[in-house]
Design a protein around this ligand. Sequence first.
Ligand code: NAD
Ligand code: DAU
Length: 348
Amino acid sequence: MKTILITGGAGFIGSHLVRLFVNKYPEYKIINLDALTYAGNLENLTDVADAPNYTFVKGDICDRQLIADLFAQYRFDGVIHLAAESHVDRSIEDPDSFLHTNVYGTLNLLAQAKKSWTDTSGKLFYHVSTDEVYGSLGDTGYFTEETAYDPRSPYSASKASSDHLVRAFFHTYGLPVVISNCSNNYGPNQFPEKLIPLVINNIKNKKSLPIYGDGKYTRDWLYVIDHAQAIDTVFHKGKNGETYNIGGNNEWKNIDLVTKMCNIMDKMSGNAPGTNRQLITFVKDRPGHDKRYAIDASKIKRELGWEPSVLPDSGLEMTIRWYLDNITWLENVTSGSYLEYYEKHYAR
Ligand code: NAD
Ligand code: DAU
């Protein structure tokens, strides 16, 4: 019997992780703490909302009293920390909230875990982080767990800071911790400010498909359910104090990925080939845009036996199909403040 606090469980990756844990571990108690910012959405979890081993708490990870009360009430054995501001473009426009949530919020959780876990046996603080902390690669090479940190956006600087704090609590106070740094996720329930769902939503609405700069920037894409399974593996098998890189071994230049999506969606809707491609529009580049991310995920495969299982083509088709089958979800999340953000951001 374990009681686990998952933070950010109403967001994209968090909701897939909550579903996996609630269904796979009926003997665990899962507490999902989420502030329900623009990116958090309880519609992502309607299928598990009434499960007997699941509790949702609306609240902010920066709220000291709330975190103290939750640790006292539930006596957590583990924390899996995903709550964060997660979008690079927003961090360029407004770094404050990123520093507050990602750095101070993480510190607040660490400090309470240290205080509450006077006996650390069977306890674990797991910080879910990003490959962006490593900076930017040239045309060759991969990020390993030994790559020096070189964050270049306010988002990645805030995630790097939180990683450092987690390691500081391990070294200074002996808090049991584990960190994973993952590449770009895609799949159902991702907020359509990120490239893949944004392209699906814009094709559906016959709006232009904005490609930053020359479109030759490269990302390593991982299907979100593979990431949730990797987190499950690291949580249960990872070694105290260790870091694990997680990646899809699935590199795409943005322009090639978007072209492929245009072609898939032309086929799905019976358009003449090339119809959607006409929507592609090259726009002003993202400031400080990292050229390429690529993960060497050999450590997690060798030591813990995890590797991605979803093939790139089927992952992309499943994702597009999910959005087209869940138009109400898409319409709900793109109403309200979404349009305001979109108009302002793309008018730069
Ligand atoms: P997301 O933006 O979809 O979800 C973040 C969740 O955190 C939301 O539900 C939001 O309401 C919640 N949240 C934000 N601020 C909060 C606060 N102060 N208190 C409580 N809850 C708060 O993000 P995501 O894409 O699911 O990413 C989850 C985690 O994984 C993040 O830590 C991110 O850095 C990391 N990550 C993401 C990716 C990716 O490709 N999306 C890749 C690697 C790592
Ligand atoms: O690598 C992991 C990271 O991946 C996570 O830590 C972040 O939380 C997540 O947002 C993601 O960051 P990126 O900046 O790589 O993702 P995004 O979807 O914003 O952009 C992917 C690529 O597409 C990037 O090179 C920028 C480009 N892009 C993005 C948007 C939104 C465009 O060309 N046009 C766009 O409109």
